[in-house]
Design a protein around this ligand. Structure first.
Ligand code: ADP
Ligand code: MG
Length: 301
């Protein structure tokens, strides 16, 4: 009576029914024994994590292909590394069609995060391989999906802090999901999260000035990163680097008002009405994800 397959089918509603007809909360992700999981090739990696394809061998003889995240061995003995258990805990609490669902957790001998496998991979790779065929309409749908997922995160007081095309997974030609909650945090009553461990390697080109200057993260700094993600999308996979050099140089350029340019081939309307407003120096002046969704609906027509 695995909850696993029913969970995938009903898309994360909170009530589950097992064979005996009793209900359980989907939020209680089941613990998977390591020996039931076979690990395969690496699908991708970031600074701390490594994601591999995996196969679960269920007791009833069925097999299920999944994606499995573990901390890189270098990160595992580093106390400042991203805590995979926290990442699991945050993902467990989230249920939305545009957010990747966690399926199971392995705890022994080390923590593994088991999630749905998306054969189409991350959005960055997809943008690059499909750049000739991808349409504006498709990109606007992707942007809408990301904004929907981000609005939900904001309602739940979670800041993602690593929103970028490499952390968005392509589920179908018209569906993407936000992934990689390795840097995600709950915000305080004041609406922001302040970083203490400044030694961490952080994704600077995606960061708002207040994050670079003071380590301050909020829904509004996620909106800034959303703007940079739009740049990645509408440039069809360009790196969002316009300042070479370190954090200080990037911050100075931003404070002088410099911003990423309109990507070649991107409609000026999309640059002016969607991307640029996300990069307002004043965090409170940036649009909310709800307002961005309205604008996306407008440009879609
Ligand atoms: P990290 O914390 O190391 O950045 P991510 O969660 O971003 O880990 O995963 C790293 C890469 O692995 C992604 O950019 C993507 O290419 C690939 N990947 C992650 N999760 C999946 C998945 N569920 N299905 C397919 N590929 C995935
Ligand atoms: Mg990542």
């Amino acid at each position: 009576n695995f909850l696993l397959s029913s969970m995938a089918l009903n898309g994360g509603s909170s009530l589950q029914f097992d064979d005996e007809g009793t209900s359980e909360l989907a939020a209680e992700i089941y613990e998977l024994e390591r020996k039931k999981l076979e690990m395969g090739r690496v699908l991708g990696q970031g600074n701390y994590g490594e994601v591999r394809i995996g196969v679960i061998r269920h007791s009833d003889g069925t097999e299920e292909t999944v994606a499995v995240k573990k901390l890189k061995s270098t990160a595992m003995n580093n106390p400042e590394s991203v805590d995979l258990q926290r990442e699991c805990a945050i993902m467990k609490s989230l249920h939305h069609p545009n957010i990747v669902e966690i399926k199971a957790i392995v705890t022994e001998p080390s923590t593994l995060l088991v999630m749905e496998y998306f054969p189409m991979g991350c959005l960055m790779a997809y943008l690059r391989t499909e750049q000739e065929s991808i349409t504006d309409q498709q990109l606007i749908k992707f942007a809408t999906d990301v904004a929907e997922g981000m609005a939900y995160l904001g309602e739940n007081n979670i800041v993602h802090r690593d929103l970028a095309a490499r952390n968005i997974l392509v589920a179908a030609v018209d569906l993407v999901k936000i992934s990689d909650f390795g840097l995600a945090r709950q915000v305080g009553y004041n609406g922001y999260y302040a970083v203490r461990d400044r030694g961490q390697k952080l994704p600077m080109p995606w960061y708002a000035p207040e994050s670079l200057a003071y380590g301050k993260f909020s829904v509004q700094s996620d909106v800034w990163s959303f703007g940079v993600t739009l740049y990645e999308m509408f440039s069809r996979g360009q790196e969002p680097n316009f300042v070479s050099g370190d954090q200080t140089l990037l911050l100075r350029a931003l404070q002088q008002g410099r911003r990423l340019p309109c990507p070649p081939g991107c409609k000026p309307l999309i640059y002016r009405d969607l991307m640029k407003p996300c990069w307002d120096a004043e965090a409170s002046q940036r649009p909310s994800f709800k307002a961005l969704l309205d604008k996306l609906r407008y440009v879609a027509n």
